[in-house]
Design a protein around this ligand. Structure first.
Ligand code: NZQ
Ligand code: ZN
Length: 388
């Protein structure tokens, strides 16, 4: 196991009715004038936004609303949010919604205390500070409620890029599983795919002797595999929703990633799909992950066989571990299909003729990406082709 430093200071407030604590928590963390940031309207329709506003009003906290974040959040609204924060002296940002609203809020939090262009941080500038961000989560998926990351698409070139830094970890996150009961089945399944991907990006590693994080990862994957069909069959199944909601958090706050190298190539490959076709991140991952697995499995066939046996219940073939490894990938694909996810370009609406564009926009040039296997531009092209 590698050395590590793990600082995850977010206060998680989990359970029924917890959104009504929003005002008290904002006050506790020093917010006096709050930007309430949300998406395309689900939080208005569900009445959540009204409850949050009432909770803030009860603590005499001033607020400005900024809605309209779209999935795969865009730079335009971020610039608008930064301007509001600077003009209105906002000192706290509360995101109400999913990963997109949260990531947009984190981007605004960066830009609000920076004189330059917020996009600098998405091009690698080190993150030193940000306004405090808190979240009220409505979908178990991206894990941004506990992560140090934000992913935004710049409209100039449709570049989808991530920025990471400790100041971006939310100060508190309110997780009420009831809020996720209104999710359409497709979004529930996209969330499942993303959570599983966050675990698997960490699971497939070259770091040895990481039994603790292997086992934690397998436990999270097994939970997601068991609970997702329940939530799809009965969207109001509170216990299934609760298990999925916490799974999404632990899948990505790095509990499973500490002390081991993680990869992230599948995520980078996917970001080109969601930037080009504006598809859901989870759906793009369901297409890219199996292609990546097939391409890199020979790096450590025994690890893929372990994944097949422990996560998918395949029988170990000691004479032919590659067969077991391939069975695991197959079972992953079957599970994706069973929850309504695409597993090939055509099911997603992606086109083989766009592969050169995606490879170019990814912009590897002579560099490589990933750590389990360091991928060149040529490898990237071949992986996209495997997904067709
Ligand atoms: O916009 P509204 O109207 O709220 O509708 C949303 C949106 O259409 C809807 N929705 C959310 N909660 C709902 C609901 N509909 C009904 N009932 C509810 N309770 O679901 C749709 C998707 O929402 P979105 O926020 O886009 O989903 P998700 O949480 O999957 O976020 C995806 C974004 O997160 C990024 C992705 O790249 C993508 O841009 N990621 C962020 C990460 C991070 N910050 O650490 C890591 C991830 O790997 C990921 O890349
Ligand atoms: Zn993801």
């Amino acid at each position: 196991m590698d050395n590590f430093n793990f600082h995850s200071p977010t206060n998680f407030i989990f359970g029924k009715g917890t959104e009504n604590q929003a005002g008290k928590q904002v006050k506790r963390y020093g917010g006096t004038k709050v930007l309430v940031h949300f998406g395309g309207g689900s939080v208005i329709k569900s009445g959540l936004l009204d409850r949050v506003k009432a909770s803030l009003a009860a603590e005499n906290i001033t607020l400005i609303e900024l809605g309209g974040v779209q999935p795969n959040p865009r730079s335009g609204l971020v610039y608008k949010g930064i301007e509001i924060c600077k003009k209105e002296n906002i000192d706290f940002i509360l995101a109400v919604g999913g990963g997109s609203a949260i990531d947009s809020a984190k981007a605004i939090a960066l830009g609000a205390v920076y004189d330059g262009d917020f996009w600098d941080f998405y091009e690698g500038k080190r993150i030193e500070k940000a306004l405090p961000v808190a979240t009220i989560l409505t979908i178990a998926a991206a894990g941004s409620e506990g992560s140090m990351g934000t992913v935004v698409t710049h409209e100039n070139g449709m570049l989808k890029r991530a920025a990471n830094g400790d100041p971006l970890r939310p100060v508190f996150s309110i997780l009420n599983p009831e809020l996720t009961c209104t999710l359409p089945p497709y979004q529930t399944a996209c969330g499942t795919t993303d959570m599983m991907a966050h675990v698997m990006e960490r699971y497939f590693t070259n770091t040895k002797n990481v039994e603790i994080t292997d086992r934690l990862s397998e436990g999270i994957l097994l939970t997601i595999i068991k609970e997702t069909p329940k939530a799809l069959a009965n969207p109001n199944d509170y216990e299934a929703r609760a298990n999925l909601m916490w799974a999404g958090m632990v899948a990505h706050n790095d509990t499973c990633g500490v002390g081991r190298e993680s990869d992230w190539s599948s995520h980078n490959l996917e970001h080109e799909l969601s930037a080009l076709y504006d598809v859901a991140h989870g759906a793009g991952l369901a297409v890219m992950f199996p292609a990546w697995m097939k391409y890199v499995m020979h790096q450590n066939v025994m690890l893929f066989a372990q994944f097949a046996v422990r996560v998918w219940g395949c029988e170990m073939d000691f004479q032919d571990p590659e067969k077991t490894a391939l069975q695991g990938i197959k079972r992953y694909e079957q599970f994706m299909t069973s929850i309504g996810m695409p597993i090939r370009f055509s099911q997603l609406g992606a086109k083989a003729e766009d592969i050169p564009v995606m490879v170019k926009t990814l912009g590897l040039g002579n560099k490589t990406m990933g750590s389990f296997v360091k991928l060149t531009e040529e490898d990237v092209r071949k992986i996209y082709e495997l997904a067709v």
